[in-house]
Design a protein around this ligand. Structure first.
Ligand SMILES: [Mg+2]
Length: 227
C-alpha cells in the first residue's frame, strides 16, 4: 500500500525547460537594477563583496559595483554555480514570483492527481535538486495556483544526492515510512534505480522529449493514484 507519492520536479511535474526559458532569462534581465537598488542591504552587500573577492583572487583586479554586476551577468551566461550568484538570483526570483511576473510551471495533470492522491488517503512529497525554498515558490505560485496545501513533504539535496540509494532510505526514515510504502516518480532512470535499490516502487515519467527506459512508465499523471 503506497502511503507517499514522491515526485521529482524538472521533467516530471514541470517542463524541464522552465528553468532555462523562464527563470534564468528573468534573473539576467532583472539583475543589474536589482543589485543597484538593494546593494545596501546586508545579504546583497555580502554577495557583492563575495563577487569582488572572487574576481580579486582569480583575476588580480578590484571591481566596483558595476564591475561586480558585469561579472554576475557573465557567470549567468557561463552557468557558473557561484554562491553569490545563487543568493542574488534567489532574491530576484522571490520578488518575481510575488509580483506575478511569472509563475512556476506545472503540467495540467499535476494538481488533479495530487487531489486524487489525497482523496485516496495517501500524501504527496517532492524531492528535487532545487532548494526546498525554490520548490515552495514553484508550487506556491504555480500555473495551477497555490499547490503547497496539497504537499506534505519537501526534500532537496540536503538529504543526499538524487542518484544515491541512501538519500531514499533517508527520506523513508524522515517520513516514518518503510521504503515499500513510497512510490517515486522521475524522468531520470538513474534516480529511479537508486530509489528502487532502497526498496521504493518507482515509475518513469516520460513527458514529451524524455527517452523511454525499461522502468514501468507513464506519460502523465491522469491515471494516478493506482494500486
Ligand atoms: Mg527531473
Amino acid at each position: 500500500m503506497i502511503k507517499l507519492y514522491l515526485f521529482d520536479i524538472e521533467g516530471t511535474t514541470t517542463d524541464i525547460r522552465f528553468v532555462h526559458t523562464v527563470l534564468f532569462p528573468y534573473s539576467r534581465t532583472q539583475l543589474p537594477e536589482f543589485v543597484r537598488n538593494h546593494h545596501h542591504e546586508e545579504t546583497i552587500a555580502a554577495a557583492v563583496s563575495d563577487v569582488q573577492a572572487t574576481v580579486l583572487k582569480e583575476e588580480g583586479r578590484t571591481v566596483d559595483l558595476d564591475g561586480a554586476i558585469a561579472k554576475l551577468l557573465q557567470w549567468i551566461d557561463e552557468d557558473r554555480k557561484h554562491g553569490a550568484l545563487k543568493e542574488i538570483q534567489g532574491h530576484i526570483w522571490d520578488l518575481g514570483y510575488s509580483r506575478n511576473d511569472f509563475q512556476g510551471h506545472v503540467y495540467d495533470d499535476v494538481a488533479p492527481s495530487f487531489l486524487r492522491i489525497l482523496d485516496s488517503g495517501a500524501t504527496v512529497g517532492i524531492y528535487s535538486s532545487g532548494s526546498v525554498h525554490a520548490q515552495k515558490l514553484i508550487f506556491g505560485f504555480s500555473t495551477a495556483g497555490d499547490l503547497t496545501p496539497l504537499i506534505a513533504h519537501y526534500f532537496d539535496t540536503k538529504i543526499g544526492g538524487k542518484r544515491e540509494r541512501t538519500s531514499y532510505t533517508n527520506i523513508a526514515t524522515a517520513t516514518h515510512l518503510s521504503p515499500g510504502e513510497i512510490r517515486f516518480f522521475s524522468d531520470i532512470p538513474q534516480e529511479l534505480e537508486a530509489a528502487r535499490s532502497a526498496g521504493m516502487s518507482v515509475t518513469h515519467v516520460v513527458r514529451p522529449g524524455t527517452q523511454a527506459s525499461d522502468f514501468p512508465s507513464i506519460a502523465d499523471f491522469t491515471g494516478l493514484p493506482t494500486r
